[in-house]
Design a protein around this ligand. Structure first.
Ligand code: ACO
Length: 311
């Protein structure tokens, strides 16, 4: 539990590749159907990037979409499990070059699976709070299509590509963060030596519902607010069934959860910033709204941020 809050989100952006892949497109590759995918996951379509478009390219497009002056950005975190290079250099360093930024002092990638963006926001808060950075670009970007095994129906239908990002600066909008790591379950969800996702769907499902419920309950309790005070819960978009099950356990109307998994599938660390980007474009975010960002992912990791929308 971390009490000290010291950042506001001052801009939000995103990028989605143009190529739309619908559920029926998988029927020629594996034994599946639009009916199965929709009923089990809520996913209807996703975007896939071209071969030449890398994670850093999507991140750069997302950053440019904000139409804000980036010349004074002094720190960049890219949450990703699908970096341009294996090992090094970091995607964040490639992004610095692609955006032509000269003031950046700190740039690194953060790996926490689908919890990456929630972890990254807290890292940014800490860096701003201790004075290492003043204005940071925090990105969640993934080229999940590059790690899919298109002969495995358990996984290939679940993911999509995209990038979302925010600018954070000193402020008091981020009220509380809760981060966690299970210390087990690494073999439930991983990218193997052949660069393919391997997943124990049932184990991930059970973990996800339990943790999403727990994070929401703990964040509200520790912050001294009730679920009624929250304008939106912005969950990691893995699967509609997980979100609906968590809503049911908490006794919260599922309408309080923002959902766009039907359009983009699971873009891992990018789902939450992409959701914020969509919500802003749809006019769903008002100044003063209290948001809970909630995620779970490979590791196994989990976490949530409670913040007041200041834009
Ligand atoms: N099309 C048709 N059948 C499928 C497909 C598919 N795309 N995928 C799996 N199946 C089959 C399985 O092979 C299995 O068949 P079998 O009984 O003949 O072996 C059958 O469906 C049932 O499999 P289950 O895993 O029990 O299916 P379930 O009802 O649990 O739904 C699902 C599968 C949706 C993956 C579920 O396990 C789930 O929601 N897991 C959460 C995992 C998830 O969302 N991961 C996303 C990434 S992880 C993250 O974001 C952190």
């Amino acid at each position: 539990m971390i009490r000290q809050a010291s950042i506001d989100i001052t801009a939000v952006g995103g990028y989605l590749p143009l190529k739309v892949v619908v559920n029926d497109d998988f029927a020629s590759m594996v034994a599946t159907s639009n009916e199965w995918i929709t009923s089990h996951t809520g996913i209807r379509e996703r975007r896939f990037a071209s071969v030449s478009m890398l994670t850093s390219d999507m991140a750069a497009e997302a950053a440019r979409s904000m139409s804000v002056d980036l010349s004074d950005v002094d720190g960049i975190i890219v949450a990703t499990a699908t970096p341009d290079y294996q090992g090094f250099p970091s995607t964040a360093c490639v992004l610095v070059e692609k955006l032509g930024l000269s003031q950046v002092k700190i740039a690194f990638d953060l790996v926490a699976g689908c919890t990456g963006f929630v972890y990254a926001l807290e890292q940014a808060r800490a860096l701003v709070h201790c004075g290492s950075c003043r204005k940071m670009l925090v990105v969640g970007a993934e080229k999940m299509s590059s790690v899919l095994d298109f002969s495995d129906r358990n996984t290939c239908v679940l993911f999509g590509d995209g990038a979302g990002c925010v600018i954070v600066e000193e402020g008091d909008g981020l009220k509380r963060t809760l981060l966690g790591v299970e210390g087990k379950g690494a073999d439930s969800l991983y990218i193997n030596q052949s660069r393919h996702i391997v997943m124990n769907g049932r184990a991930v499902y059970n973990f996800a519902v339990t943790k999403m419920t727990e994070i929401i309950a703990r964040l509200t309790q520790e912050e001294g607010i009730s679920l009624a005070d929250i304008s939106w819960i912005v969950p990691h978009q893995a699967n509609e069934r997980i979100i609906k099950a968590a809503a049911e356990r908490l006794g919260v109307d599922v309408e309080k959860f923002y959902l766009n998994v039907s359009r983009y599938a699971n873009t891992s660390a990018a789902t939450i910033p992409l959701a914020l980007w969509d919500m802003e474009k749809e006019g769903k975010l008002k100044q003063g709204d209290i948001l809970l960002l909630v995620a779970f992912g490979a590791g196994l990791t989990y976490g949530g941020n409670c913040l007041v929308w200041k834009k």
